[in-house]
Design a protein around this ligand. Structure first.
Ligand code: ADP
Ligand code: ZN
Ligand code: ZN
Length: 680
């Protein structure tokens, strides 16, 4: 041990007056609670401060650590080591962010150092002052239109600015279909915040999908808007971070991680499309940026505003209970009406694309308009199958079928990236000639090209958008009229504003509904209503065609009526019945090992230990069961789902007991997800 583990974490004094101290408490990104004590060498004593990053020796390695406090109490009984390098001459973390990290550490059961590593991305190096680019703005007109608010917008604005005026935490939800004027409400509320000397953070699920939104913020607030997008270099990111801390920007817009920007005088956090699963970080430390935003807003007396056409059932439930104030924007200002939706029963159809949809696409394009065609889920893809024995190529590392890519003529696994040449003959029975199944984006594209000759199709999926600017290039082209049909997976349903789109088609609505997940209906409802929201925005109106093999499913009635509240009532009944969120809470434990047997043994040991710990009642521990994706990157996976109203102390006890049970079983690893969104 290079330093002594100390249980106290952050000291309350973060000393703006610099005292000279010989020791520092350092948080390290290792799964051990508490901080480690190191000696501060003479030449660092003047400049070291809480929130600075340092390099320290740890065991045989050197690693980046985070200064939590400095002091002069000589620890006894340990041989201490020196800090090797001081990485920052000014702290990269504020007191408020350290508090946030401490809360995350407790709530998500990870060490403070592991949380801090996630808060401060590794690329946050260098001292660049280079201005970040404003890519994508040029395509939007410089029109500073500030409309008169509608009665409903005014109501929301008044209440939210009331909270801003009081300077107290409050959470508000603006519920309204796409185009109902939510963004206009955010803009006005931020104006109010700025007028009072405050600043605001705006979180958007995926920044590259909505260049229009960022452009609109830029037009309204000018140069003092900083956009954090994936094309920024490390130094550019660091420079935004510093500008925000110094108060040189007023509004920061970004994806999930922007919730950590140390913005000075932060008074408001806006979250658009709050239901989006991208707000959940799926890698360790798994966290929800929505919950983190709420904690942060509370701690800094800021106001939180979220908005959606299909709010998460978590916030809808709380709105019903009164802890979130809800506003409804019922109409689209101006002409736009919600489009009629037609549900197409595919059971009687022989082709993957129905006549109705084909005819609609044909007349839409002939009239000079545009269309969007959504393929639900990438998993609905091309497979190669042997017609003689039924062999389907599957990944040697993951329990999932390989997808056939016609462009490269290879079989590819979309979980681990495994890729293989198409075999000449069936590996199972040796016969020649495979059949191609499924309807991935490439297959649909070639069908559409055949059925609608001369139509210009822009395909957008993970293959065409692998470059960092892939998304926005395709979207810009479509916006500029460089294509008649935008075809793709989930991402074509998100946030765009195209007045010329008069037809939206959804192929295979079922792919999501049949997914073995208690959120399947919610997710599918969200996706379908988002897709529907892509049309009917211009004067031309629009229509939505949804193809399904299960037209009797309850969600379609609500989709046709654009009735989210009705859907929520029905769906919440079943959540209540089974104590699923938001009626109950979940913790997901995943044990992985090299063999199926070892993983299952590990799962059983973890389940036993969890039950014996008394942290939760035994009946609330579901499993162990093989995970839906049983093999991932060569490891077998077994899951325990804990469904209980579990507090922070019990969570720790639960995870500690499972970890301990596995500590004797070599080659097994434990992962945990607090409030999991996806259970695979
Ligand atoms: P949302 O964020 O809910 O999709 P927006 O705020 O983007 O909605 O509004 C949709 C369109 O309607 C935008 O072009 C916006 O400028 C316009 N708009 C918003 N509020 C009003 C209003 N009160 N009067 C007229 N037009 C408005
Ligand atoms: Zn794989
Ligand atoms: Zn075969």
């Amino acid at each position: 041990m290079p330093g002594a583990a100390v249980t106290s974490i952050i000291t309350d004094e973060m000393t703006p007056r610099r005292e000279i101290h010989g020791y520092a408490e350092i948080a390290l990104p290792v799964p051990v609670d508490g901080t480690f004590t190191y000696i501060v060498p003479e030449d660092m004593r003047e400049s070291i401060a809480p929130g600075c990053r340092v390099m320290v020796p740890f065991g045989r390695r050197r690693m980046t650590g985070y200064v939590i406090s400095t002091h002069s109490d000589t620890p006894e009984g340990y041989k201490l080591k020196d800090i090797s390098t001081l990485l920052d001459d000014e702290p990269m973390l504020t007191q408020a962010l350290l508090e946030l990290a401490r809360w995350m550490s407790e709530y998500y059961v990870h060490s403070l150092g592991e949380v801090l590593r996630a808060i401060l991305p590794a690329s946050l190096k260098g001292k660049g002052r280079k201005k970040a680019g404003t890519a994508g703005d040029s395509m939007f007109p410089e029109d500073e239109h500030r409309p008169e608010l509608t009665v409903e917008q005014k109501k929301a604005f008044k209440a939210i600015s009331g909270s801003v005026e009081r300077g107290e935490f409050a959470r508000h939800l603006v519920f309204g279909v796409t185009g109902s004027g939510k963004t206009e409400v955010y803009l006005r509320c931020i104006e109010e915040v700025l007028a009072r000397g405050g600043r605001a953070i705006v979180l958007i699920p995926e920044i590259s999908l909505v260049p229009q939104t960022t452009a609109r913020f830029r037009r309204r607030f000018g140069e003092r808007v900083a956009v954090i997008h994936s094309r920024l270099t490390g130094p550019q990111r660091a420079s935004i971070w510093r500008d925000a801390a110094a108060g040189r920007v007023d509004v920061v817009i970004g994806a999930r991680s922007a919730v950590f920007v140390p913005l000075k005088d932060m008074r408001m956090i806006v979250v658009d499309e709050e239901q989006d699963s991208l707000f959940k970080q799926q890698e360790k430390p798994r966290y929800s940026a929505i919950d983190v935003a709420e904690f942060r807003a509370r701690a800094e007396n800021a106001v939180m505003v979220t908005g959606s056409a299909t709010p998460s059932l978590e916030s809808w439930y709380r709105a019903a209970g009164g802890s979130i104030e809800r506003f409804i924007l019922p109409d689209r200002p101006g002409a736009g009406k919600l489009p009629p939706v037609e549900i197409i029963d595919m059971r009687k159809k022989r082709r993957g694309i129905s006549e109705d949809l084909l005819n609609a696409l044909d007349s839409c394009v002939s009239a000079g308009n545009q269309a969007i065609v959504l393929i639900n889920r990438r998993g609905f893809a091309n497979y190669l199958q042997c017609p003689k024995c039924g062999w389907i190529g599957s990944c040697p590392n993951c329990s999932i079928s390989l997808t056939w890519h016609s462009s490269s003529r290879r079989l590819v696994c979309h979980y681990c990236g495994h890729s293989a040449a198409t075999p000449e003959k069936c590996p199972e029975c040796g016969s020649y000639g495979f059949v191609r199944l499924g309807g991935g984006t490439q297959k649909v594209e070639s069908d559409l090209v055949n059925l609608l000759p001369g139509v210009r199709i822009l395909r957008m999926d993970l293959d065409t958008t692998s470059g960092t600017s892939g998304h926005s290039d395709i979207l810009e082209k479509f916006a500029a009229g460089g294509g008649d049909i935008l075809l793709g997976t989930q991402m074509v349903a998100k946030g765009h504003h195209y007045p010329n789109v008069t037809v939206v088609g959804v192929l295979s609505a079922d792919a999501g509904l049949n997914f073995p997940d208690f959120r399947a209906a919610e997710r599918t409802f969200q996706l379908l209503s988002q897709a529907a929201g892509r049309t009917g925005r211009g004067g031309e109106g629009g229509k939505v065609y949804i193809q399904t093999y299960t037209p009797e499913h309850f969600i379609f009635d609500f989709i046709v009526r654009h009735d989210f509240p009705g859907f929520a009532v029905k769906e919440l009944e079943s959540r209540d019945q089974f104590a699923y969120p938001p009626a109950g809470r979940l913790v997901l434990l995943t044990v992985s090992a090299k063999t199926r047997d070892a993983a299952m043994k590990g799962g059983e040991a973890a389940a036993e230990a969890a039950a014996a710990s008394g942290a939760v009642p035994e009946f609330s521990i579901l499993g162990p069961v093989p995970a839906m994706i049983e093999r991932l990157r060569g490891m077998f996976r077994v899951q325990l789902l804990v469904r209980a109203d579990i507090g922070t102390g019990e969570k720790r006890k639960l995870i500690e007991s499972a970890r301990e049970a596995l500590s004797g079983m070599r080659g097994t690893t434990l992962q945990w997800d607090i409030d999991p969104l996806d259970i695979f």
